[in-house]
Design a protein around this ligand. Structure first.
Ligand code: GTP
Ligand code: SPV
Ligand code: MN
Length: 613
């Protein structure tokens, strides 16, 4: 479709201005059809950027290899550019909007030369739903267009909802690699050097400007940029929640249903939990979402969640038929693989995929030919797939997707889980004593940093409040206040009992040999079942200084876990917790200065007192 055919004058003007600035060779407005998707894939194959995979094994699938400098989110190059620095807060990078726009305008000048500008109208959330938000991304990357087709709802149907003057979040994206006359990509992933990469958000004007990266959350702007950073600001202003949370439907053996969300930092198990196959007989998990939840209060006082996305951008390494069969099934057709290994017969391969490569040589994510891996164990620094290699798969292909996953009303949430990779101290599961205590738990969430982000902190524990550290579009202290205010509002309305119950979980405790003490994956259903019963106030917990822990016997030890280990996982490490509390008091809360809510300091004092009693 041509720009001239657009009915929305504001949208047309915005595109025309971008064309004048970025000077692409041509412009195309995306219609969202299958033909268009196929064309995008063909364009990428012709440019040498995509390799078609074995159509017998993986029909409709392709593999991309990105530039080694462009393999994950770049937090150091991500900006929250509010008018006032104090509104971005201490955990975000900030530059004044006028200055940042000046710098980026220079970069955008002529940045699409030799390329096509694609205009992608997209809806986060089912098209036309009250909760959905519309964005329009302009991009010079056919890889981005193909991924957005899977991850969001794209095209004419979105323009219809937008009408002549509807609101949309304008999103600029350029890979920052203009082509000279006659120049082609020729198999080289286009992007700009690190120092020129910018992932910028202007919360007041609800704009996103991204430059220099073609990868994941840096470039698919509906996901982290719109659905979390901009949406968290909208949510604060409008009284709802935009969170880095999976959404799952849990059914017990009697057929009773509860919906649970979970906020774990990047690459800490959201996709896996959302698609879990319970080892506990009679229990069932179905997927509503695997990464982001938007939640609004219903008239009944309950929080209703929708998944704003339409696909999964999932971590490939570690995914196999034992750990996550449903993810493997989701991406076996019509999917895009990025930075995975390629076998001689056109199959994908990655570390911990379940087996070696059956004698076949493989091409690694950097394009080098490697001897056949005899097993699937990762060798640090020598990985065949990049540790943040990903699959992009349509959610509707997931065998366990819940029938109501696209219900525009959303699903009523009974429990929130917070968690992260914590090798010590933090128990398997712990229920908050109150909403405020739950907000406290969310606020002190920490995790070992994973390969989902380019950082020199990988492997070290850092605080990642609510798993939103890289995704909160405003001051984190104000964000804590927003969470507290929802509890107060519910209380004032006499509906505090309708709020979700809050839990902290940890699948990643390690023993003295550095081995995981809990098998995780399907065995996490034991914890989900305990949470389910907690929501019904069953007599299955003991009160402790840090919260409600499982009563002995209410979680049965899975195979390979001794009673002693289970006991250790479900008890309070008093000395460890004293250190935890001291660290929060000294190194974490003071970061937020006078924006740090007093209620959370009160919780800290109360826990400290109970630990010392
Ligand atoms: P993002 O997409 O980055 O937000 O990640 P995510 O939170 O969805 O994480 P995901 O489920 O993709 O898991 C990331 C990695 O953790 C994978 O390699 C998984 O195999 C591994 N993992 C997930 N769940 C568990 C678990 O219960 N135990 C252990 N040991 N590893 C897990
Ligand atoms: C994450 O890092 O939390 C992701 C991957 O889900 S990305 O979309 O690249 O942000
Ligand atoms: Mn994520």
């Amino acid at each position: 479709m041509k720009v001239q055919e657009l009915k929305h004058a504001g949208l047309k003007k915005w595109i025309e201005d971008a064309v004048a600035l970025m000077t692409p060779d041509s412009v195309e407005v995306c219609e969202g059809t299958q033909t268009e998707y196929n064309h995008m894939i063909m364009v990428n194959i012709a440019a040498g950027l995509a390799t078609p995979l074995n159509a017998g094994k993986l029909p409709g699938c392709v593999l991309f290899r990105s530039d080694p400098s462009d393999v994950a989110r770049v937090e150091d190059r991500t900006f929250i550019s509010s008018e006032k620095e104090s509104d971005a807060g201490p955990t975000n990078h900030w530059t004044a909007p006028a200055e940042l726009k000046k710098t980026m305008t220079k970069l955008y000048k002529g940045s699409m030369k030799g390329r096509t500008m694609y205009v992608i109208p997209f809806s986060m959330g089912p098209v036309g739903s009250d909760i959905a938000k519309i964005g329009v991304e302009i991009t010079d990357s056919a890889y981005v267009v193909a991924n957005m087709h899977i991850m969001t709802r794209v095209g004419v149907k979105v323009l219809d909802v937008l009408g002549k003057d509807g609101f949309f979040v304008p999103c600029y994206h350029s890979v920052g690699k203009p082509l000279a006359e006659g120049e082609k990509d020729n198999g080289v992933w286009p992007c700009a050097p690190m120092a020129d990469k910018y992932i910028s958000h202007f919360p007041e004007t609800r704009e996103i400007w991204s430059y220099g990266s073609g990868y994941g959350g840096n470039a698919l702007l509906g996901k982290k940029c719109l659905a979390l950073r901009i949406a968290s600001v909208l949510a604060r202003d409008e009284g709802w929640l935009a969170e880095h949370m999976l959404i799952l439907k849990l059914t017990n053996p009697k057929g009773d249903v509860k919906y649970v969300t979970g906020a774990f930092p990047s690459a800490c198990g959201k996709t896996n939990l959302a698609m879990l196959i319970p080892t506990l007989p009679g229990w069932k998990v179905e997927t509503v979402g695997d990464d982001i939840a938007w939640m609004k209060f219903g008239a009944d006082g309950r929080l209703y969640a929708i998944n704003p996305e339409a696909g999964f951008f999932g971590v490939a390494p570690g995914t196999n038929y034992d750990s996550n069969k449903n993810a493997m099934e989701s991406c076996k057709k019509n999917s895009i693989f990025t930075n995975c290994g390629l076998t001689e017969d056109g199959d994908i391969w990655w570390e911990q995929i379940g087996q070696g490569a059956a004698g076949q040589e493989v091409i690694d994510w950097k394009g080098a030919l490697r001897p056949s891996p005899i097993n699937d164990k990762p060798v640090k620094g020598q990985e065949i797939a990049h540790p943040n290699a990903r699959f992009t798969a349509p959610a509707k292909q997931c065998p366990c997707v819940a029938p109501e996953w696209e219900d525009p009303k959303g699903v009523p949430i009974s429990a929130f889980l917070f968690g992260g990779r914590r090798p010590s101290t933090i128990p398997l599961v712990n229920q908050a004593k109150s909403w405020t205590h739950g907000v406290f738990m969310g606020s002190i969430t920490g995790s070992e940093v994973t390969a989902a982000v380019i950082s020199d902190q990988v492997g070290q524990v850092r605080r990642d409040p609510f798993a939103m550290l890289p995704f909160c579009g405003y001051h984190m202290g104000d964000y804590f206040k927003h969470w507290l205010s929802l509890g107060k509002k519910a209380e004032a309305a006499g509906k505090a009992d309708k709020l979700p119950k809050i839990f902290f979980v940890n699948w990643f405790r390690k023993d003295a040999d550095g081995k995981f003490m809990w098998p995780g994956y399907g065995e996490n259903s034991r914890v989900l079942a305990w949470v389910f019963d907690r929501c019904d106030n069953k007599d299955n917990c003991v009160e402790t200084p840090i919260g409600n822990l499982p009563k002995p016997g209410t979680i049965e030890a899975p195979k390979g876990v001794s009673e002693a280990v289970l006991k250790e996982l479900c008890s309070v490490d008093i000395e460890g917790w004293k250190k935890e509390i001291a660290d929060v008091r000294k190194n974490h809360y003071p970061k937020f200065g006078d924006k740090m809510p007093k209620e959370l300091y009160d919780e800290l004092d109360a826990i400290e007192k109970r630990l010392n009693a």
